[in-house]
Ligand binder design. Structure first.
Ligand code: SAM
Length: 292
């Protein structure tokens, strides 16, 4: 970040060091900047994206475009499943996935396992619009722990597991390891669905390939779906999905429309048509998935 003494302050995110690619955001107001026990956290205001949060220099969430990511990470697995009672969020400290999950009144219990209490604390105080009060939902069990440790061994099982992690650096790296995926899979109910954030395949093909190759060994059905999130530069972002349930993959638009109407809330990005279309992969992404 520039110090702002000689003009405006800019927060620069290195997207691809070897590829010579950085993105800068003007920080008109820096609300918080500090090293937490786990990572470097900055919260600031940008005229285009509103309030933004970065962790270790990588954009995690912005006020203006977060709806795309949170709706697609949540409603795709929940509505593909069709009868989610228990949902596990790994990471997700800002509360955006929690907010979207809480809109499904049929979900009886939401467990969220976040490694860094500071992310949750500062999101609550500086980004309250992201969680929109969902931290107060009586169905929430909030655990501060390493998600990879949480899923080790026997324990409660879940219909959907959403891995809302940082990229595979720092504390988030363990959430891309096969042992984590295997343990998490062991915590799915029969027909359960797991989704992961896998970066932007145009810039980070290895991130998607790595998860899909592991999912191939663990799940009967695996693929990825796409969503375009403006702050994740370089084209659409990939979300990995693994399940043993062929029906979840084959779910029709009509079935999704029925489930979405029954859920009874409005979205800004997710629609049943977008849900189905998100699985149509451009050839360069299909190649990554097929080669994995
Ligand atoms: N949407 C963001 C993105 O991909 O740019 C990611 C969202 S952010 C909420 C990811 C969260 O994962 C952070 O709050 C971080 O603290 C948490 N996290 C990182 N490693 C973790 C781990 N091992 N266990 C649980 N949470 C972790």
């Amino acid at each position: 970040m520039t110090d702002g003494k000689n003009g405006p302050r800019w927060v620069t995110e290195t997207l691809h060091e070897e590829g010579g690619l950085r993105t800068s955001y003007r920080a008109d107001r820096v609300l918080f900047e500090e090293g937490t026990e786990h990572q470097h956290l900055v919260i600031f205001d940008n005229p285009t994206f509103g309030r933004m949060m970065t962790l270790d220099g990588a954009t995690q969430v912005t006020e203006r475009d977060e709806f795309v990511y949170h709706e697609m990470m949540t409603h795709v697995p929940v509505l593909a499943h069709g009868n989610v009672k228990k949902l596990l969020i790994i990471g997700g400290g800002d509360g955006g996935i929690l907010r979207e999950a809480a809109r499904h009144k049929g979900i009886e219990k939401i467990t969220m396992v976040e490694i860094d209490p500071a992310v949750t604390d500062f999101s609550k105080s500086h980004l309250p619009m992201i969680s929109a009060g969902a931290f107060g939902d009586p169905r929430l069990e909030l655990v501060f722990a390493d998600g990879s440790k949480f899923v080790e061994g026997e324990g409660e099982t879940y219909d959907v597991i959403i891995v809302d992690s940082t990229d595979p650096v720092g504390p988030g790296a363990v959430l891309f390891e096969e042992s984590f995926y295997r343990n998490a899979r062991g915590r799915l109910t029969e027909g359960g669905i797991m989704v992961t954030q896998n970066g932007v395949p145009f810039l980070q093909p290895a991130e998607l390939a790595s998860t899909i190759s592991k999912f191939h060994r663990l799940f009967k059905v695996c693929s990825c779906y796409l969503a375009t999130i403006p702050t994740y530069v370089g084209g659409p972002m990939a979300m990995g999905i693994g399940t043993d349930d062929e029906f979840a993959k084959a779910v029709t638009v009509e079935a999704l429309e029925h489930r979405f109407a029954a859920a009874g809330f409005k979205t800004r990005y997710y629609t049943p048509e977008v849900h189905k279309a998100a699985f149509a992969l451009p050839a360069y992404v299909r190649e990554i998935v097929d080669a994995a």
